[in-house]
Write a protein of this length. Sequence first.
Length: 168
Amino acid sequence: MTEFNQALRRTEMFKSSIMQIEPGWIDYNGHLNMAYYNVLFDRAVDELWLQIGIGPGYLKERNNSTFTAECHVRYVREIHLGDPAQVSVLVVAADQKRIHTYKELRHATEGWLSATSENMSLHMDMTARKVASFPPDILANVRALAEAHAGLERPPVIGRGIAMPAKK
């Protein structure tokens, strides 16, 4: 089994490289602006996509990519300038055209949870700019990762909607 395939079969959440909060990302409240949480989540998923084979080279060589169709971010605890951040990614489910992921942004040294993001990504044929099936080799990689993650615990917030609390 190649190193690439072994990485796809790890039965643990994918962990991104450790990232630093950039000064320009801090808002007038003195913490990470909500938009930049998505930057950190996106950078992490880009690292995972490279392992699956759907990074920038995939777009250039095969004219396919992924688009985010839906995103649900939960802000749990403020993260600040100077805090090292790391994102873990769980593949919740996948099929021929979609990948459902759940991500956790944590303080990289202290381990506390700052935010979560749940996303639905669509595989795109960039020539037609339409949703399309993954090619067989890429689908095999996606399925291998989804199968490896299938046995992992599912946080109870996955699939949670957004609504006002029910009146009691």
